[in-house]
Design a protein around this ligand. Structure first.
Ligand code: ZN
Length: 502
């Protein structure tokens, strides 16, 4: 068969796989937003069937043979071309999925649902011992998974690469260590002054319809296309999509606190704009979508924090927010800006502020790596966790519910996932800095409520490529240098140094 025919055949097969995956995503979106609670059991069956079909079709021998034939150097075109990228990426994903024995995969799937139920109960009862055997088994299974996939340096790499396909634990550590050395003293300096900033203005009654209206205006101006996307309500907000032309955001409204939905919607819109602007030439293929969780998170954090929590943004939008909520008249722009940037070292990761957030991530990264490498026992986790919390954030959890039991990730089998949150934050500042260097008018545009300069830069350097390039390649191509936490440190020191006078 000629290469062009093989490529055509591969695309036809992958289009169907992609359709099945999107159908699975649609079932999931529906479950999280509008399915009646009684639908759970049949939905789980439907979801499992669609997922199984997508998996079987993807790991088929025929796809493997086509990928092998097309992987010969230059067979599918030059490195940057859509076709060569499709073969390169799909081969990576295919090889990884084929390495995992199906018996192990189904054991992990089964244990994942069992462990999550145990975790819910253990957390509610503040009882780590009850969760411990399930967590030990989970780490044992993840150990087997990593061994099956293979690695060259740390066993952690095999699991991390499920989310960041060309990164290693050593690389993450080399970025996290200097970052922690800079942030921890800054947090300690701010700790005695946290009460110099009040966020009382954010804790007032805010009409939910007006919140929705205001947020829609904001993200529309960012560049989120409501003709190809929508916003719904979910308990745990997320972004999901079925194609670049159908992107679903979710949010959660608190009628007495502005932050969850205001910043949550900007965050999810960052994910959504990435997905909406993947090049149409790679739609309906495995390349269609954000390239890694870290790069994805860099987009949500960029719009949420670097734009949404900036003074410039509020110069334009605060009068509009005050018009929607006249009781904000009592707080001037500066008070409001400080309120949305208040630092408050928290026991809970998901409630952490912009400054302390990365410390929560580093702690989890270090712990899960040590458990996997056999240097810390699961039974010692509560103690190890609390010691690190004290060291990094200056607070000790009074119980495991507010400590080691707080996140669902490990119970859900997501080991190697946590670093992506902090990597995204670090990368968001690298990208933002570079965008401004390339388009110096961006800050002035933001003060006028215009975002096209920033949006178009991101579209050109990040969005349109989808999964064509690895996370490392995206950072290097977009910023001209490697992953680097120095811009993030500089940003934090400047911003929070000014707010807290340290
Ligand atoms: Zn996110």
């Amino acid at each position: 068969m000629f290469m062009t025919l093989k490529l055509q055949k591969l695309k036809t097969l992958l289009n169907e796989v992609q359709d099945l995956r999107s159908v699975g995503d649609l079932l999931e979106w529906d479950q999280q937003t509008c399915m009646p609670s009684g639908g759970g059991e049949s939905r789980a069956e439907q979801f499992a069937t669609v997922k199984k079909l997508a998996h079987e079709r993807f790991v088929a021998d025929e796809i493997g043979q086509l990928l092998a034939d097309l992987s010969a150097k230059g067979a599918a075109g030059d490195y940057d071309s859509d076709d060569a990228s499709l073969v390169r990426y799909t081969k990576y994903e295919y090889d990884r999925k084929r390495k995992l024995p199906s018996a192990l995969e189904s054991e992990i799937a089964q244990h994942t649902s069992a462990a999550q139920e145990i975790w819910v109960k253990a957390r509610a009862e503040n009882n780590f011992k009850f969760f411990q055997p399930a967590l030990e088994k989970m780490y044992d299974l993840k150990h087997q998974e990593a061994e099956a996939i293979g690695y060259s340096e740390s066993i952690y790499d095999a699991l991390l690469q499920e989310y960041e396909r060309d990164m290693t634990a050593a690389q993450v550590k080399s970025v996290f260590d200097p970052l922690r050395a800079e942030i921890a003293p800054l947090v300690k300096a701010i700790l005695p002054r946290v009460d110099s900033v009040s966020d009382a203005c954010l804790h007032q009654p805010f009409d939910v319809d007006k919140q929705r209206e205001f947020e829609a205006t904001v993200i529309k101006q960012f560049g989120f296309d409501f003709g190809r996307g929508r916003v719904d309500v979910a308990v745990h907000p997320f972004e999901i999509n079925f194609s670049p032309d159908d992107v679903r955001l979710t949010t959660r409204y608190d009628p007495n606190f502005l932050n969850p939905s205001l910043f949550g919607t900007m965050h999810e819109a960052g994910h959504g704009m990435y997905e909406q602007n993947v090049s149409p030439t790679i739609r309906r293929t495995p390349l269609c979508g954000g390239t890694s969780l870290g790069i994805h998170e860099s987009q949500s954090r960029l719009w949420e924090n670097l734009v949404g929590r900036s003074r410039g943004f509020w110069i334009h939008f605060y009068p509009k927010l005050q018009a929607a909520f006249p009781h904000l008249a009592a707080a001037d722009l500066e008070t409001f800006y400080r309120a949305v940037n208040r630092v408050s070292p928290s026991l809970i990761r998901v409630e952490a502020d912009e400054l302390t957030y990365s410390l929560h991530i580093m702690l989890r990264f270090e712990i899960e790596k040590e458990v996997l490498e056999g240097r810390v026992r699961v039974s010692d986790l509560p103690e190890v966790w609390n010691a690190k919390m004290q060291e990094y954030l200056g607070i000790t959890p009074p119980n495991d519910k507010l400590g080691v039991l707080q996140d669902v990730h490990w119970a859900a089998g997501l080991v190697g996932y946590f670093p992506t949150y902090a990597l995204g934050t670090i990368i968001s500042v690298q990208l933002f800095e570079r965008a401004i260097a390339d388009v110096p008018g961006i800050p002035a545009q933001i003060e006028r409520g215009e975002f096209s300069g920033l949006f178009n830069w991101l579209k050109d350097h990040v969005y349109r490529h989808g999964k064509k390039f690895t996370p490392t390649e995206v950072v290097e191509r977009a910023t001209g240098g490697p992953l680097n936490s120095a811009p993030y440190v500089k940003y934090l020191k400047t911003k929070f140094g000014e707010i807290y006078g340290v």
